[in-house]
Design a protein around this ligand. Structure first.
Ligand SMILES: [Zn+2]
Length: 63
């Protein structure tokens, strides 16, 4: 599953969040609760994506 890294524009807090495909929930900073965050690309998500693509199927049924 893809893990994205975010950085808060308000307090510069960096945090990671697991995002499922099709999930458009708002991302907010866990520290100051601001929604003004920027998505960053982490190296780990790239490495895991090629392997975990097939395994991401069952998670879509979770609602
Ligand atoms: Zn923040």
């Amino acid at each position: 599953m893809p893990i994205f890294e975010y950085q808060c524009s308000q307090c510069n807090e960096t945090f990671e969040k697991i995002v499922f495909s099709g999930d458009k929930e708002e991302i907010e900073c866990p520290k100051c609760k601001s929604a003004d965050v920027q998505k960053k690309m982490s190296a780990t998500s790239f490495m895991g994506s090629s392997i975990g693509t097939c395994a991401s199927g069952p998670s879509k049924g979770f609602s």
